[in-house]
Design a protein around this ligand. Structure first.
Ligand SMILES: Nc1nc2c(c(=O)[nH]1)N=C([C@H](O)[C@H](O)COP(=O)(O)OP(=O)(O)OP(=O)(O)O)CN2
Length: 177
């Protein structure tokens, strides 16, 4: 296999979550300062234009990570679609909780996630299918970001890994190789 250039861009977001079925403290509502790293590779660097000599402009990569990760999730709450009790807490008082949750689940089914600020407190809610562990978030954000990297680099670069640091000591990455 031919060698490749590799770049990494890091962003940080603050978000709340809980691991519904966790046997210990992580079933509580709590927050993390997540650090998210996107690793991109290209076999050749851009030969001309403003990205000459680059896999993908770090600034462009940041833009895409902000749009896909920061904008919907920063200072929001990340929930699992099956977490009925939690989603009921977020349901606006004016709306039937069942209908609110059904709408979120349909969006998750259709596009892999749901996002809204039409919640009881008007706060950001981001819903994914599986429990919001570091592993699942790494895979989720990888899948959301991959096509953006390809498009923004005009097909030159590909996202090869997304790493989620949930605490300064704990990270998960997708894919592992
Ligand atoms: N493999 C995983 N294990 C755990 C996850 C996870 O996403 N993947 N998540 C949690 C909890 O969300 C928890 O907040 C983090 O766990 P823990 O390391 O126990 O938390 P600390 O605050 O003790 O972390 P420090 O870095 O030691 O401060 C649990 N497990």
């Amino acid at each position: 296999m031919t060698n490749a250039y590799r770049i990494t861009r890091r962003i940080g977001i603050d978000a709340g979550h809980r691991i519904r079925l966790h046997g210990s403290k992580c079933r509580n509502l709590h927050g993390h300062r997540y650090t998210i790293e996107a690793v991109c590779e290209a076999h050749e660097l851009a030969g001309s234009g403003e990205q000459a000599g680059m896999v993908l402009d770090f600034g462009f990569l940041k833009d895409e990570m902000m749009a896909e990760i920061d904008s919907p999730c920063d200072h929001g709450f990340i929930a699992e679609a099956a977490d009925q009790d939690l989603l009921t807490m977020f349901a606006p008082k004016s709306e039937d909780a069942g209908a609110f949750i059904d709408t979120l689940r349909q969006a998750v089914e259709k596009q892999g996630f749901a996002q809204t600020v039409e919640t009881a407190l008007g706060t950001k809610l981001y819903v994914i299918g599986p429990p919001p562990t570091a592993e699942n978030l790494a895979r989720h954000w990888f899948e959301r970001l991959a096509s953006r990297v390809e498009k923004r680099s005009e097909g030159r670069a590909r996202l090869v890994k997304l790493v989620v640091w949930e605490t300064p000591n704990c990270s998960a990455e997708w894919p592992a190789n």
